[in-house]
Design a protein around this ligand. Structure first.
Ligand SMILES: Nc1ncnc2c1ncn2[C@@H]1O[C@H](COP(=O)(O)OP(=O)(O)O)[C@@H](O)[C@H]1O
Ligand SMILES: [Mg+2]
Length: 378
């Protein structure tokens, strides 16, 4: 590309982005909207949330980053789903899209829908169409989020008690102060913190693991139906990690919420998840039950992730790692995004991006290799 062409291209991108930003800003000003614009129907009422061809893009100066590009999956009520993939695959952007926390106007939902089942209200809403005021009612109330680094959630200048009680008060405007305090203590106890004067401590007086427990307590304090945990144990030491996972598992049964557990660590998913979604460069390459994924992985990417997981009782000199890196999801080729790193390519991989095919009722994969298997042409 000549310098002149380059300049022209950047100008075009700028113009295109300006248009997108304008659309976004117009939409953001929409604080309220008639219900008909966002109330929808679940495809299956047993699901708490349904992602339907979700596309989340970032309109940047160098072009459109398709961080999430046509992702569809669902989470059943009371179940845990693990979302896995290396760094940069679009896991966090997926969760931020649910929470309505994308950094606009650069980041926007560009297409598709996220249907959320408001079980208590007997209705479903499309989160991507939700006006700001309605979002505030759902966020932190019916859906709550646990971030990787607890200090991003906790405010260093307020005590744990203040923050937890504020959270409870916000979501229960009619609750008395005494009841709020009792509720705060009860939630802390639920996450395994039982200590005198706990409410008066500041975040810096706690260890990393304790802080993450407090964050989990905050997330639980309003009985959410869906909890999104984005790498909840990544910032912690291994031993503390195990404790937090135990805690999450224990809570899972107690609170009967659905959990969307995001992690790059297959070991974590193996311990927690009923279903697994494997993402690569903004798309789902494989999904299935934990048994499908762990015992019958079909996509070369999943197989690679599995091989790079340390196994107990198995001696290896060097742990396998998939060669290469996740591509930046900007101007991606038409063919399979994993092709350049794949050790199992077939001729067809040069062709169009492979469709998601069903290997069984629960197990789906997007790979030409398996297409042959399904048809028995092996
Ligand atoms: N604010 C942003 N602006 C531009 N690109 C972004 C932004 N946030 C995330 N991305 C890109 O989106 C892709 C997915 O990121 P992310 O969802 O954070 O990955 P991960 O799977 O590690 O959570 C990455 O390529 C990342 O560079
Ligand atoms: Mg992330």
């Amino acid at each position: 590309m000549t310098a002149k062409e380059q300049k022209q291209r950047l100008k075009e991108i700028k113009k295109f982005n300006a248009k997108k930003y304008k659309e976004y800003n117009k939409n953001q000003r929409r604080k309220r909207a008639p219900e008909s614009e966002y109330v929808t129907k679940m495809a299956d009422n047993d699901n708490i949330i349904e992602f339907d061809d979700l596309k989340t893009y970032f309109y940047t100066d160098i072009g459109t980053v398709k961080a999430v590009d046509g992702v569809s999956f669902e989470i059943k009520r009371g179940k845990t789903i693990g979302v896995v993939g290396e760094s940069g695959c679009g896991k966090s952007v997926t969760s931020l899209s649910v929470m309505g926390l994308l950094q606009g106007p650069t980041g926007q939902v560009a297409g598709g829908s996220i249907r959320f089942n408001q079980v208590g209200k007997n209705r479903a809403v499309d989160l991507t169409k939700l006006p700001v005021k309605e979002y505030e009612k759902i966020r932190g109330n019916e859906i709550s989020m646990i971030f990787q680094e607890p200090m991003t959630t906790l405010n260093p200048v307020f005590t744990i008690g203040d923050q937890l009680m504020e959270c409870i008060a916000l979501h229960n405007p009619n609750m008395k102060k005494k009841d709020i305090e009792a509720r705060a203590l009860e939630t802390l106890e639920m996450v395994g913190i039982k200590r005198d004067g706990m409410l008066d401590l500041y975040p810096h007086e706690l260890s990393g693991g304790m802080r993450q427990r407090v964050v989990i307590a905050m997330a639980l304090s309003c009985n959410p139906q869906l909890i999104i945990a984005d790498e909840p144990t990544t910032a912690l030491d291994v031993t503390i990690q195990a404790q937090i996972l135990d805690l999450l598992r224990e809570l899972k049964d107690k609170i009967n919420a659905s959990i969307m557990l995001i992690t790059h660590d297959l070991g974590v998913v193996a311990e927690m998840a009923d279903y697994v979604v494997v993402m690569y460069a903004g798309r789902i390459v494989e999904q299935g039950t934990a048994d499908d994924i762990f015992h019958h992985p079909a996509h070369p990417y999943t197989i690679g992730l599995m091989k790079s997981k340390p196994m107990l009782g198995e001696h290896v000199d060097r742990l396998y790692s998939i060669p290469g890196n996740v591509p930046n999801p900007i101007n991606l080729p038409e063919h399979c995004y994993f092709k350049n790193r794949c050790e199992m390519c077939v001729d067809k991989c040069e062709g169009a991006y492979p469709e998601l095919i069903s290997l069984s009722e629960t197990h789906k994969v997007s790979c030409y290799l398996r297409e042959n298997e399904v048809k028995g042409e092996n």
